[in-house]
Design a protein around this ligand. Structure first.
Ligand code: C2O
Ligand code: CU
Ligand code: CU
Length: 425
């Protein structure tokens, strides 16, 4: 709905609820009931207002992952919503079409709140003509992938191991449904995949290994489509893929072992690195609607030139800290100049997988190690022992008072302090 000022208004209530997993009613948390939350959707240039009522009985926040917006609206740890309170951030959408998401960002409390079900998609549209399937829920499918353990008492949040890697669920869900299938009536189906798991990484591909078309990643559509056999998504990452189906067939989207490169190698298993999981079955109708032709160019190129970088900063990930320091609410770690291009060099000196996410910006991975790093990114996998260089343009709003976060998106790592704060001045 639009309000009198022409803003697009969304109402969310974060509350405990009940959700049926394969016929079993389980206590969960969600936005507007049950598990997960509604898909929010807005166009570039639109002004949005979200009213979030917190009925959880404990504090929470709501962060707009991937959204470029003023820091005070970002919903990070500095914007808590007290139990019973309502928070109403508002901003103007000013970025290309993308599959974004929203989730809590309460300091020390993210993994638990997300695991219980607090997450939803936020889709952005723009005026670019792409020819991509765009019938929401019909051939343009949001797929929030999460994993849970269900026991007699409900959602079990016992961590996977003696370590603090978080919960690794045995049951994989798409939009809250275990072993889901989808009846499709079109030969080309667009899946907007989001890894909303707190710890698990996936490598999505088709069970018969036929290729899919990668058309988008975290920060929006690729300049041109790419043919891939699979795409790795670590927590927080997104990918948009096109799956071509033939009349009458069933096609299984599977997650193959993501090969995370831990040392020792057996540590991969605590991040789902060894697991093969069936995720979603597409059941094609006997006659299928033909696909439209794709545009040659889906979006503007990733145009950040590293030669224009004002400086390189190093971020060393190890031992639940970044550069040897754990998150402190009252310490600003990094000050960047509005409009500057910088290289952020992310060094994983642990034996453990980490995923690096930066608020407010979309960045380019320089010298990408593989296909999973193409396009505009906001979250990237940093394998053990590896260094990644990110080219970032800080072109959002300046605000010396309110910081944005950067952190590991393995949510227990974030909760343990693997996070820092930057301001744009
Ligand atoms: Cu998806 Cu700082 O978060
Ligand atoms: Cu974020
Ligand atoms: Cu980490």
């Amino acid at each position: 709905r639009l309000d009198a000022a022409g803003r697009r208004v969304f109402d969310l209530t974060a509350a405990p609820g009940t959700h049926e997993f394969a016929g079993r009613a389980v206590s969960t948390w969600g936005y507007n009931g049950g598990y997960l939350g509604p898909t929010l959707r807005a166009r570039r240039g639109e002004k949005v207002l979200v009213n979030i009522r917190n009925a959880l009985g404990e504090p929470t926040t709501v962060h707009w992952h991937g959204m470029r917006l003023p820091a005070v609206m970002d919903g990070g740890p500095h914007q808590p919503i007290a139990a019973g309170a309502t928070w109403s951030p508002s901003w103007t959408v000013d970025q290309p079409a993308a599959t974004l998401w929203y989730h809590p960002h309460l300091h020390h409390g993210v993994a638990r709140q997300v695991y219980r079900g607090l997450a939803g998609m936020f889709l952005l549209d723009d005026d670019q003509r792409t020819g991509l399937p765009s019938r929401y829920g019909v051939d343009d499918i949001p797929a929030i992938v999460s994993d849970v353990n269900l026991d007699d008492r409900g959602l079990d949040d016992t961590p996977a191991s003696f370590t603090d890697l978080g919960v690794l669920g045995r049951t994989v869900l798409v939009n809250g449904t275990p072993t889901p299938h989808l009846n499709v009536d079109a030969e080309l189906v667009r899946l907007r995949l989001l890894n909303a798991s707190t710890a698990r990484s996936y490598r999505f591909g088709l069970a018969d290994r036929r290729p899919v078309t990668l058309v988008g990643v975290d920060g929006g559509l690729l300049e041109s489509p790419a043919t891939v056999t699979d795409v790795r998504l670590t927590p927080g990452e997104r990918a948009e893929i096109l799956v071509r189906v033939r009349p009458g067939e069933s096609v299984t989207l599977r997650s193959f072992p993501p090969r995370l490169g831990s040392t020792p190698a057996l540590f991969d298993r605590f991040h789902g690195g060894d697991d093969t999981l069936d995720v979603l079955q597409l059941r094609a109708a006997a006659t299928l609607r033909p696909a439209a032709a794709l545009a040659n160019r889906l979006a503007a190129p990733v145009d950040i030139d590293p030669a224009t970088a004002a400086q390189t900063r190093r971020f060393r990930l190890a031992g639940h800290s970044i550069n040897g320091r754990q998150m402190a609410m009252d310490r600003i770690d990094t000050v960047v100049t509005r409009g500057a291009v910088e290289i952020w060099q992310i060094e994983n000196t642990d034996g453990m997988p980490h995923s690096f996410h930066i608020h407010d910006v979309r960045f380019r991975v320089l010298d990408p190690p593989d296909e999973s790093y193409r396009g505009w990114k906001d979250t990237v996998y940093v394998p053990p022992g590896r260094t990644l260089r990110l080219a970032i343009r800080f072109d959002g709003a300046a605000d010396p008072e309110h910081p944005y976060m950067y952190h590991c998106h393995k949510l227990t790592h974030e909760d343990h302090g693997m996070m820092g704060q930057f301001v744009v001045v």
